[in-house]
Design a protein around this ligand. Structure first.
Ligand code: NAD
Length: 486
């Protein structure tokens, strides 16, 4: 676990690892111990300027490579990730605080799947043609890569979400300036080497590290970066939209969530209970899709409350490397404090803490950012605990009586990312699925992903969709050609 002690993380620009021009560095903390263990560049506009020049130069060739060539390289990158699975798993866990077993089961395999999926998807991506029957004209649509695009990602699923953007962007023939979160830069750093080994030409992918306000802002401001694919908080998304709209950049925004988990009394109880533990506390509750507002139909409410709380109390908070850990550490001290500030609001917001609520002190790792999984019973969906994104191991529970009532609760938030529904009633499933204001509805499951499906949110949860051909459409510009013939 100490292979990366005191490591200097560098930018990956034009296929080489480089230092930031300003020699400005940021400390990188290990959440499990609260200690600094590496330094990362805080890249500025000059670094981005240079990376964009490299990307533009690479674009001339990369945009004209055959689909087979691009596909081949993406599949090699997927293999490269798999070949270094254990190293990446340990790096991700150490950088983020998530349990090693979670990084091994989900994060790193999914990063490989992203490259493999888009390596295949690009070979199936077709553009449309429209014959103007009777007018003797034929329309066909060219789909061209955009050019140089920016990909900016968050800390919660670091390599998973970073590659979810990069893979379709380069598969479609673009060159990329990518910025991982400054809080979790390590696996993005390692990805550079994997791309070089896989034969990705220099300049096609440039991984630039640093703060949102310096590196991220320089990406938004650069006139030659024509599209931005962003995943992160809604406030940052607003800023990005404000900055990019007057520059007419193409935008994909995947933002925050406050997702309802709606449990009807006719559900498959055991399956629901098991999955609800997971959808509440996986990755310490730091997944944009976590079901943080649990609504339970009244006849089931007391049983659920008792069983759920008992099961939550059994969850083990431990050092992420421990095989026993159900929850590891939260990502940073400031994030831990933010989550704690919401727990502290409970009494004033009419909430009763049913379990958890306290920081966990782990011997030898006393400075680590550990928190008990917390269940709060609330009286109203209008309280802050139900309206604002906490993004930690905190869920609320509340009973409901009718379908109409719970639908109103579910939709009465600014967000609209995902919803989970537990019921065996097919008519209700259809009614609710149609009426829920969300980009994704899971019925009797949670976070089951098929990479071909559209992924994204409505309202304050974002604009646009990722996944499958949606992503390839985002990263290409359609141009219609109309031919009149005699
Ligand atoms: P964040 O918005 O603070 O940061 C995300 C990224 O944006 C980071 O790389 C950051 O450096 C960068 N950034 C910050 N300010 C910037 C600026 N001015 N210009 C350009 N870039 C800037 O989000 P976070 O705290 O890293 O992640 C947590 C948030 O992400 C939560 O709200 C969560 O719901 C959301 N999220 C959404 C999805 C989704 O698919 N909808 C997935 C994961 C996480």
């Amino acid at each position: 676990m100490n292979t990366h002690d005191n490591i200097i993380i560098q930018n990956y620009s034009n296929g080489k690892y480089t230092n930031p021009k300003s020699n400005n560095w940021i400390d990188n903390y290990e959440p499990a111990s609260g200690k600094i263990y590496s330094k990362i560049p805080n890249s500025n506009a000059q670094d981005i300027e240079e990376a964009v020049a490299f990307a533009k130069a690479a674009f001339t060739t990369w945009s004209t490579t055959t689909i087979d060539e691009r596909s081949h390289i993406l599949l090699k990158i997927a293999e490269g990730i798999e070949n270094r699975l254990q190293e990446l798993v340990e790096a991700e866990s150490r950088d983020n605080g998530k349990p090693v077993k979670l990084a091994k089961a989900v994060d790193i395999p999914r990063a490989a799947s992203n490259f493999r999926f888009f390596g295949h998807a690009i070979t199936q991506f077709a553009s449309e043609s429209h014959e103007s029957v009777g007018l003797q004209a034929m329309n066909f649509t060219l789909r061209k890569p955009i050019g140089v695009v920016g990909c900016i990602s968050p800390w919660n699923l670091p390599l998973y979400l970073f590659t979810w953007k990069i893979a379709p962007a380069i598969a479609a023939g673009n060159c990329v300036i990518a910025k991982p979160s400054e809080v979790t830069p390590m696996t993005a750093f390692l990805l550079g080497e994997i791309c070089t080994e896989a034969g990705l030409p220099p300049g096609v992918l440039n991984i630039m590290h640093g703060l949102g306000t310096s590196t991220g802002q320089a990406i938004l401001d650069h006139p030659d970066i024509k599209a931005i694919s962003f995943t992160g908080g809604t406030k940052t998304g607003e800023h990005i939209a404000r900055t990019c709209a007057p520059k007419f950049k193409k935008l994909s925004l995947e933002l925050g969530g406050k997702n309802p988990n709606i449990i009807f009394a006719d559900c498959d109880y055991d399956r629901m209970l098991k999955t609800t533990l997971h959808s509440s506390f996986a990755n310490q509750g730091q997944i944009c899709l976590c079901g943080s507002r649990i609504f339970v139909e009244r006849p089931l409410y007391d049983r659920f409350k008792k069983d759920f709380v008992a099961r939550v109390k059994e969850l083990v908070v431990a050092h992420p490397a421990s095989a026993k850990a159900n929850l590891g550490a939260l990502v940073s001290k400031s994030h831990l404090e933010k989550v704690q500030s919401y727990i502290a609001l409970a009494p004033d917001e009419g909430g009763t803490i049913l379990c958890g609520g306290n920081q966990v002190i782990i011997p030898e790792y006393e400075e680590g950012y550990y928190l008990e999984p917390t269940v709060i019973e609330v009286q109203s969906n209008r309280c802050k605990l139900n309206q604002e994104e906490i993004f930690g191991p905190v869920v609320t529970i509340m009973p409901f009586d009718t379908e109409e009532e719970v639908l109103e609760y579910a939709n009465d938030v600014t967000y609209g990312l995902s919803s989970t529904l537990w019921t065996k009633d097919i008519d209700r499933t259809m009614r609710m699925s149609n009426a829920l204001q969300a980009g994704i509805v899971w019925v009797n499951t949670w976070m089951m992903r098929d990479l071909r499906t559209p992924f994204g949110g409505v309202k304050a949860s974002g604009v646009g969709r990722e996944g499958g051909f949606e992503a390839l459409r985002f990263f290409t510009e359609p141009k219609n050609v109309c031919i009149k013939y005699n």
